[in-house]
Design a binder for this molecule. Sequence first.
Ligand SMILES: Cc1cc2nc3c(=O)[nH]c(=O)nc-3n(C[C@H](O)[C@H](O)[C@H](O)COP(=O)(O)OP(=O)(O)OC[C@H]3O[C@@H](n4cnc5c(N)ncnc54)[C@H](O)[C@@H]3O)c2cc1C
Length: 494
Amino acid sequence: MVIIHWFRQDLRLSDNPSLFEAAENGQVLPVFILDDRSAGQWAPGRASRWWLHHSLAALNDALNGRLLVLQGDAAKVLPEVAVEYKVDAVYWNRCYEPWRIQRDQQIKKALRNDGLEVKSFNGSLLWEPWTVLKKDRTPYRVFTPYYRKGCLISEPPREPLPVPKKIRCVATTSKNDINDLDLLPAEGFVPAHNPESAGEAKQVRWDHNLYAYWCKQGRGVGETAAKNKLQDFLGKGLNGYKVGRDFPARRNISKLSAHLHFGEISPNQVWYASAAAATDSNVETDLDCFHSELGWREFSYYLLYHFPTLPEENFQPKFDGFPWQDDPEKLTRWQKGLTGIPIVDAGMRELWQTGFMHNRVRMIVGSFLVKNLLQPWRHGEAWFWDCLVDADLSSNSASWQWVAGSGADAAPYFRIFNPVSQGQKFDPDGDYIRRYVPELSGLPDKYLFAPWEAGDNVLYQAGVVLGENYPTPIVDLKKSRAKALEAWQAIRTQ
Ligand SMILES: Cc1cc2nc3c(=O)[nH]c(=O)nc-3n(C[C@H](O)[C@H](O)[C@H](O)COP(=O)(O)OP(=O)(O)OC[C@H]3O[C@@H](n4cnc5c(N)ncnc54)[C@H](O)[C@@H]3O)c2cc1C
């Protein structure tokens, strides 16, 4: 029996339920299809494409070059491949994005009509969205009861599966080149906020920074890299995670989000490996907190499944009348990390340079965009979609709506982060700001978070000229906060 295992967001060999069953039942044709057409506006952004390229290369190596890499509308491509290779069955692990659910249902029906066996499995979630409901059979809208009363008291997550003992791959006849997918950027450009390259005509391919960050320092992309990163985190980061996870300069976070998004590692593997590593009772609260963050990932998928308009529409319709003040110039300064608010600029530059941003800082830059600058949350969502290597439709849209106050279980709109005190609290030594905003590195800690409060002499000694080598603040923090609250009052009383 010849079985296609259709790789999607499960780019790994271990704990892969569909691949495992395919390998048990017959000869396997491992297939990946880049289907931008079906994805429409949610086709992977540029940073995700970069990651995907390297992830597919790693997977192909693990399969001894047997991965069949194709491009096009999966509804057309799969039946063609099935005929070409005389396939009897098609297996895959389920995905939960609305466009994928719709497409996969159609494909399932069409393949079955053609006489093929079609099976789908859960390879990406600890609890699938339809298995956790309130007593009245409606979905939860608040995280804590969803996670504590819904997930944790239901069936424990499935235990991870090993790599199949033997994968007998079908020999493929077509040319199999990941480069043909054109996932890597062709042209370079100069990042406008990079002081080293400003003013020079030199072309810098932006993905070189990503490569240096993830592949040289970060030990790579793909299943083996994900497993190594998990082990590093369990050894060095889990102890102290609950507190340390909020400090962007500390090493208490796992940085597994992109590996999880592309399925290079499963949440089940992360869940059970972390539980096994936390043998010391001191680590219990850290483990509980780490598991609940995996729970937030689950909750995001849950929301997207039950409320499929989450990426496009306010979860709370009262936000439909919110008086956003679209301002392309403000948006561009935010995107480039040139707002004049150091912790915000550090975060936006971390994103640009590495394709990643620390969670605490994601919340700070998000609040600043939506509240202090009154820009629609969808602009932030779109920029993150393009720049994050972990861009994930569920977590990105749920988190942006959470930050904006329009989402499920969201931070109330009137809770507006003060980026100065957030910086002082969570980057007390200024290490994070100094790393990404080096032009401020000479400032004493006292002024690093709000350079506009420093006197001329302090600025001079630090080599900072506001408005010249570092911007003056784009908005007054107090006034913009008051304006945001006014805007909120306007929809509250509607
Ligand atoms: C505005 C905004 C946008 C975001 N966009 C994304 C996105 O596109 N993709 C994405 O994976 N995460 C997103 N997040 C959630 C979170 O910031 C990242 O998952 C986290 O920073 C990844 O770092 P880590 O792997 O070191 O996390 P860790 O702290 O090590 O946590 C382990 C895993 O738990 C999950 N997780 C942790 N925190 C959250 C959270 N708040 N929501 C959902 N899952 C979480 C991730 O899968 C993460 O890898 C966003 C958050 C905000 C505020």
